[in-house]
Structure formats: C-alpha cells, structure tokens
Design a protein around this ligand. Structure first.
Ligand code: SAM
Length: 279
C-alpha cells in the first residue's frame, strides 16, 4: 500500500541515497581500512552493545544471520545466546577481526562468510535464518529482501540520532585529519522513514530507542591519550590538539584513574516477517 507520502522515494533521495556506482572503488578494501579502528571502537561499546543484544529475540533453538557483521560486535554476544550464527561481510579484514573475536570468546557456533550482500542470492549464496540482524550497514535499505530472509524476526539497528560511531571517533581528530564527517543536526531523515516504509508494506514494526555509547577506563590521562590516539594517527606536533579534543570526554573515576565516556542513542526496529503480496 502507498500512503499519502511516498516514504521509499523520500528514503532513496535522503538517508538511503547511494553514491553513483564507481567500479574503480573496491568497497572491501575501503571497509577493510576501517577494521582496526572499528574493532577498537566496538570494544569500547561493549556494555552498551549488551543492551542491544538483550532486546534481540534469539534463543538456543535459533539460527541467526548477522549481515555486514564487521569485527563481530554483535556476532559474538549473539552467538553466546543463540544456537548458531552466520556472520557475513564483504571485507576480509573485518572478517579477520570477527574470527579473532569469536575465537577469543571460545565460541564454535559461528560460520563466517565473505559475501557481498548486494549481489548475494537467497537459496544460492545463503539460506533463510530464524532471526536476521542488520546493523549500520547497506542491507538496512533492503526491507523486502530482509523480510523474505527471516523465519521469525528481522532486527534493524543503527544510530537514532547523532552522534554516530564515526562522528564520535572523528571528533577526537578534528584539527588533525582532513575530510572528517560532519554531524547532521536535523531529525528529518532518520529511522522515521524506515518505520513508515515498513508500515506501508503491511508490516507492524516495533521500535526501541536505547542509550548507546563508548567507554573505557584508564590509569591516567596520559594512558588515555596514548590509547585513544590509536583510533587514527596523531603527529607529535598535533598532540596538544588531540588532548584538547579528548579532554571533554574524560572524567576522574573512583579508582583514581580516568574514564572516557561518550553516549548516544541507537534504534532497534524489529518485526515478524509477513507474506508480502506480489513481492
Ligand atoms: C559500520 S560497519 C557495521 C558492523 C556491525 N554490523 C556493527 O553493527 O557493529 C559496516 C559493515 O558492513 C560491511 N558491508 C558494507 N557493504 C557490504 C555489503 N555489500 N555486503 C556485506 N557487507 C557489507 C562493511 O564491510 C562493514 O564491516
């Protein structure tokens, strides 16, 4: 059904807008370059990630597919509660981290697959799973395909409002690196579009918006700067700028050290798959 507003078209022209296809860009390589940074950020997100996992309905009897799994931020805790997890991503470097993190957690119920979701076919490259989880990746655009891929539930996750992981990381490197992402202040083109697109498909989506964030304890301010600078590269002459960027997010903690903390919001939209007429 189309409502008065064409949400899909609005989505395509705003939040879901894709850059023109450029075959000279190797997306696996581009994403791979962020793997180390993303893995470090994901480790700082762990207590907040657990709150997302607590809301994902998957139990020991369920198979779960984590599409665009990255370094396994969700894969690892999902495999701790579900029967088995298929983790797929197109970037081998991300999958190396994912495999390392799965192994470090002592898990043997994860299948890791290198795959481009955009060209992968149901029944040929992957099978239906009980629960499909898609977080902060391109598959968030494919609502109809996701609906067809899950037996029990589809879960979509991403940042509800700014700041995103990338902005939180980039804020530490302002005045040091070029071409950083700028925060978007408006609420116009967010998960409201996804909710409405699902609604118009005949789906009744559930929405949770929960606190997300990044945190880590350090023995001292210097230890914090030394660690956080590994999220990028800081030349020695720019260390003063870096310290100034980090300081607003450091607080003395009761253990006599300091804690880095920056919070944001994540949305979780989930639904039970439905038969879609003519799709
Ligand atoms: C921002 S990370 C999100 C990682 C993880 N889902 C999470 O929430 O922490 C996006 C991931 O999607 C992967 N990705 C991007 N395009 C993809 C595609 N076409 N097929 C499979 N994975 C893709 C990237 O390689 C990257 O690991």
């Amino acid at each position: 059904m189309n409502g008065l507003i064409n949400w899909s078209e609005l989505y395509k022209r705003t939040a879901g807008r894709k850059p023109p296809k450029d075959d000279s860009v190797d997306l696996a390589e581009v994403w791979g370059r962020s793997a180390d940074m993303y893995d470090r950020m994901a480790k700082m997100e762990k207590p907040y990630t657990q709150m997302q996992i607590d809301r994902i309905l998957a139990g020991p009897e369920d198979s779960v597919m984590d599409i665009g799994c990255g370094p396994g931020r969700l894969t690892v805790p999902l495999a701790q509660k579900a029967g088995r997890v298929t983790a797929l991503d197109l970037a081998p470097r991300m999958l190396e981290y994912c495999e390392k993190n799965v192994r470090a957690a002592g898990l043997d119920n994860v299948t890791i697959k290198e795959m481009d979701w955009e060209t992968a076919q149901l029944g040929k490259d992957f099978e239906k799973h009980d629960v499909v989880v898609v977080s902060r990746t391109v598959a968030l655009n494919d609502l109809i395909r996701l609906n067809q891929t899950a037996n029990k539930y589809v879960f979509l996750l991403s940042f509800a409002q700014m700041p995103s992981l990338k902005i939180i990381r980039d804020d530490l490197f302002r005045g040091i690196e070029e071409g950083l992402m700028q925060p978007r202040e408006d609420r116009m083109f967010g998960y409201n579009l996804t909710f409405n697109m699902l609604y118009d498909l005949g789906i009744n989506p559930n929405v949770n918006v929960i606190t997300d964030g990044f945190t880590k304890d350090f023995e001292s301010r210097e230890a914090a700067y030394d660690d956080l600078r590994l999220l990028g590269e800081v030349p020695p002459e720019k260390m003063d700028i870096f310290r100034r960027n980090v300081d607003p997010w450091l607080k003395e903690n009761p253990q006599g050290g300091v804690t880095f903390r920056r919070e944001t919001k994540t949305y979780i939209i989930w639904w039970e798959p439905v038969e879609l007429e003519g799709k």
